[in-house]
Design a protein around this ligand. Structure first.
Ligand code: FE2
Length: 183
C-alpha cells in the first residue's frame, strides 16, 4: 500500500477477499457510506498509511495531527468515523488555545513570514491555515472518538453558532494504518 492517503471506491470492496468478520466490517462501512449519501452528503473512505510529508515543529504544523478545527465555505458539519487504527481525538473548547494568540507561536510564525505583524500577516496566517490550529492547555483532558463511532462535528463558519470542534489524528496514528470515513 502506498504511503499517505488512498481513497477506497465502493467497487474496491468487491475485490477484497475477506473473512466473515471482514465482511461484517465492510458491510458496516458501506452502510454508513449509504446513510450519508442518502442525506445528500459526499462521504469518502480513506485508507491512511503513515504520513507522506515531513512533520514541522509544534507551532508551524498544519497537518491533521495538529489540534485544529475544520472550516467550511458553506454551513456544513464534518462527519468522521475511524474503523481501524488509532481514532481521532477531541478537545473541549475551554482546553484549546488558538495558536496564533500564543506569543511564542506568533513570534515564530512572524519570523517565518518575514514581515511586520499587520494585516498582511493576518492574511498570510489565514492563507496558510495557521488560524485553524490550536494548542492544548496543560490541564487539558482530550477525549477519544473511538472505533466505529460516527461523529458529526461542528465546523467554523460565520453562520454556525456552535463552537467548532477542536480535533486531531493522534501522533500514535502517524506510523499506523487507519481506515476512516470522512464527509
Ligand atoms: Fe479535521
Amino acid at each position: 500500500m502506498p504511503l499517505g492517503i488512498t481513497h477506497l471506491a465502493e467497487e474496491d470492496f468487491c475485490l477484497l477477499e475477506l473473512s466473515a468478520e471482514g465482511h461484517l466490517a465492510a458491510d458496516q462501512m458501506l452502510a454508513d457510506l449509504h446513510v450519508l449519501q442518502e442525506h445528500g452528503l459526499d462521504p469518502v473512505l480513506d485508507s491512511v498509511n503513515g504520513c507522506s510529508h515531513p512533520i514541522l515543529g509544534p507551532y508551524q504544523r498544519t497537518d491533521v495531527g495538529s489540534w485544529h478545527v475544520d472550516s467550511a465555505t458553506a454551513e456544513a458539519d464534518t462527519w468522521l468515523c475511524t474503523y481501524h487504527g488509532a481514532s481521532s481525538e477531541g478537545l473541549f473548547p475551554e482546553d484549546a488555545i488558538p495558536r496564533i494568540e500564543m506569543p511564542e507561536a506568533r513570534a515564530e510564525l512572524l519570523r517565518l513570514f518575514g514581515g511586520r505583524d499587520d494585516e498582511t500577516f493576518t492574511e498570510w496566517l489565514d492563507e496558510h491555515f495557521h488560524d485553524l490550529h490550536y494548542a492544548a492547555r496543560e490541564s487539558a483532558r482530550p477525549y477519544v472518538f473511538g472505533i466505529g463511532n460516527l461523529w458529526r462535528i461542528a465546523t467554523r463558519h460565520p453562520e454556525v453558532a456552535v463552537p467548532p470542534c477542536v480535533h486531531r489524528a493522534p501522533d500514535s496514528a502517524l506510523g499506523q494504518k487507519r481506515l476512516l470515513l470522512i464527509s
